[in-house]
Design a protein around this ligand. Sequence first.
Ligand SMILES: Cc1cc2nc3c(=O)[nH]c(=O)nc-3n(C[C@H](O)[C@H](O)[C@H](O)COP(=O)(O)O)c2cc1C
Length: 167
Amino acid sequence: MQKQVTAAEAWTRKYPEQVVLAITKNEQDRINLMAIGWICTASDEPPMFIMGIDEHAYTLELLKKNQEFVIAYPSVNMAEETLYLGTTHGHAIDKGKECGLTFSAASKVNVPLLSDAVANFECRLVNIVRPGDCPLVIGEIVAAHVNTDKSLKRLYNLAQGYKLGGL
Ligand SMILES: Cc1cc2nc3c(=O)[nH]c(=O)nc-3n(C[C@H](O)[C@H](O)[C@H](O)COP(=O)(O)O)c2cc1C
């Protein structure tokens, strides 16, 4: 049997939800990372992502300026760091440094890969649309990388209130 509720109420049942990290950099080459749950594949050919980024996020400002970014799949070992990156704004804080994360060079974009991630996608900004209250960022994947350690598991958001863990 189904009971009619608000969308917000029904969305409490959506978990587990994937979580990714969007990596950007500012004009001083400082790397910034934010956690994103609202992301999905938007095209196979060319490969694209679409993601919802709040207008107050530093990441959105940096994406617009730099036009290039990296999407990384964090591993289960990065739960604590991902929670920090998803609950702190990077306008005045070097979040990457605070977390002690390690980066390596990308092949096509000017933003680095997250070395210990399960996978990294180098992206170029295609468009930003705003059909509702959240800016939707569309990026084309111009190069992709996977961790050679196949045993690494992806991190997920398991429940409301940011309960991060493995499946
Ligand atoms: C698991 C998780 C998922 C999140 N998903 C999103 C999302 O999809 N869109 C968004 O705008 N913020 C999301 N956030 C919140 C941002 O990561 C947070 O506002 C962050 O501090 C923005 O960082 P910035 O200002 O340095 O870009 C999420 C946070 C967590 C912990």
